[in-house]
Write a protein that binds this ligand. Structure first.
Ligand SMILES: O=C(O)CCC(=O)C(=O)O
Length: 205
């Protein structure tokens, strides 16, 4: 299967119903240096989301980058891709050769400390692909480890990964249809973490 062509099979996890994960620890070996470069390169900003009639600050900094002309709707707003930065370009090329998937955009989330978080959701927007029953998200986590929690939409056990320090987690197949995920707040003293979720937007159109 091309999606994991160069990822060893012991790193694959079958979640059933056509959902699967690939976990590759320390995919980015010098993750702290990569994070520092990206913090200089990325147009990170704190966005607002409309909730019950008022604008609320999102608890993290966000940037959306990718190929020219691509647009992606999340948190109730359209986002036009800012250009790839040199560090993102190198990562997306590396992901293509390791996974066989041609990612065209990336959503970057910067968690400044344990108060920053990501609520429970699935990445199931209609523009994501390469096809509706095979949404591929390659998540690269730099800096401190945080809990990445997955729960089945119906019944079953949750799965926790502690993602950071250059780890790669690829979600594919029907994962977004059957599972939701989140990065919960924590009272633990955690350092900053930059998560990059590479996505396929164009191919789904
Ligand atoms: O920070 C993470 O590990 C998760 C990010 C995420 O859920 C997303 O970008 O949709």
């Amino acid at each position: 299967m091309s999606v994991s062509q160069n990822i060893p099979s012991q790193h694959r996890r079958d979640l059933g119903l056509g959902a699967w994960l690939c976990y590759e620890p320390a995919f980015v070996p010098d993750h702290e240096a990569a994070m520092q470069r990206l913090l200089r390169e990325l147009p990170l900003a704190q966005e607002t989301i409309r909730m019950i009639g008022r604008d609320v600050l999102v608890p993290r900094l966000v940037a959306f980058c990718g190929e020219p002309g691509l647009r992606y709707r999340y948190s109730g707003r359209d986002h036009d891709a800012a250009p790839w930065t040199p560090t993102l370009r190198a990562l997306v090329d590396q992901l293509r050769s390791v996974t066989g998937t041609r990612y065209d955009t990336v959503l970057c989330n910067y968690y400044r400390d344990g108060r920053d978080a990501m609520g429970r959701h699935a990445d199931d927007e209609p523009e994501l692909g390469p096809s509706p029953d095979d949404i591929r998200i390659a998540s690269v986590s730099l800096g401190s480890r945080r809990t990445f929690r997955m729960r089945p939409r119906v019944g079953g056990e949750r799965i926790d990964y502690l993602l950071g320090e250059g780890d790669l987690l690829v979600m594919g197949g029907t994962t977004q249809a059957h599972w939701v995920h989140e990065v919960p707040r924590t009272k633990a003293a955690v350092g900053p973490r930059l998560n990059l979720t590479f996505r396929c937007v164009r191919l789904a159109r």
